[in-house]
Design a protein. Structure first.
Length: 295
């Protein structure tokens, strides 16, 4: 996902007005690193996710060296054997406001994934995103986790929507963006452009957000041939009724989406108050529902 804004930023000299320098100096003194977060992925492996720092260039180069040629192509939309010193500097010298990057480190401290946003020059409420997971770590939910955390950071910095320019054949990122309610807004010969709305926290609405999360799970279940429909009575929590197509209604169950106990952490729940999976892992939730109903 490297669009013209990023290319311009990569290639262009920074305009050094006195005002820009003063703003940068102000932000540098205000910046306090956010605490690193330990996260368990769905296969049980653990990573620490933290903001990228200026000293991370060697970590980034090491992670890049462990990417397959296909992953490099998907990320940069061009063949790439290495990151130049200027690129390493650009990708690690982030200001945490217009440009934020979060890295995931495995237990021994080596990098396994990174996600970044770069604010659009012409629209300060929009930012372009890129996410890359080292091949051996793909498919464990790490890309989703990084984008969820990056979305939180972006909201804190006043960003209302992400954009992503991706290779048309990149099915993995298309699936990942679908879980973030992305809409396809542009199509060229070899690329697709998506837009992802970030709901500002002051506009959060538990009923509406619950329905949106259930919608994503319903799509996953229907894709697996299951019956799934949402009921949303006024003034009450919405629920998703799921039924095994091979069984009668007695084998159905209701699911809700609700906060999971810790702040900002929504989960899918069975109606008997058993947690299924976090809302950012609807595929895992669908598997959990199916295996519970077939038990
Ligand atoms: C795209 C990418 C970031 C996905 O990261 P990931 O950690 O493997 O993705 P997740 O495990 O979080 O999967 C999230 C969802 O994406 C979809 N997905 C992931 N890998 C997929 C694949 N190989 N094929 C189809 N869908 C896939 C699924 O819908 C999945 O949800 P589910 O597991 O609940 O079914 C990763 O494959 C990658 O780094 N690719 C190379 C670089 C790249 O393409 N970057 C994107 C452009 S900048």
């Amino acid at each position: 996902m490297i669009n013209h804004h990023i290319r311009a930023a990569l290639g262009g000299e920074r305009s050094g007005t006195l005002l820009a320098e003063a703003e940068d100096a102000g932000r540098a003194t205000q910046f306090r690193p956010r605490p690193a977060r330990r996260v368990m992925l769905r296969d049980g492996s653990q990573v620490v996710i933290r903001q990228v720092q200026g000293a991370d260039a060697p970590l980034l180069a090491d992670g890049f060296a462990r990417l397959s040629a296909t992953s490099r192509w998907m990320r940069f939309l061009t063949p790439k054997n290495e990151l130049s010193p200027a690129e390493l500097r650009y990708f690690t010298d982030v200001d945490h406001h217009d440009h934020e990057a979060l890295g995931a480190l495995r237990r021994d401290g080596r990098g396994v994934g990174i996600a970044r946003y770069i604010r659009h020059a012409a629209d300060s409420r929009a930012a372009d995103i890129a996410v890359t997971i080292v091949d051996a770590w793909q498919g464990r939910g790490l890309g989703t986790e990084l984008l969820v955390q990056l979305s939180d950071r972006a909201r804190q910095e006043g960003i209302h929507r992400f954009t992503a320019l991706v290779a048309a054949e990149n099915e993995a990122v298309a699936g990942l963006l679908r879980t973030m309610r992305a809409s396809l807004v542009g199509r060229e010969a070899n690329t697709l452009e998506y837009e992802i709305p970030l709901i500002p926290s002051e506009e959060e609405d538990p009923v509406r957000d619950g329905i949106a999360y259930l919608d994503v799970l319903a799509a996953q279940l229907r894709a697996r041939g299951w019956t799934a429909y949402i009921s949303a009575p006024a003034g009450r929590l919405a629920s998703l009724f799921v039924q095994d197509p091979q069984e009668d209604r007695a084998h159905g169950c209701d699911i809700i989406a609700a906060p999971g106990g810790t702040a900002d952490d929504w989960w899918y729940w069975f109606s008997w108050a058993e947690r299924i999976a976090p809302v950012h892992a609807p595929g895992a939730a669908a598997d959990g529902v199916i295996s519970a109903l077939r038990r």
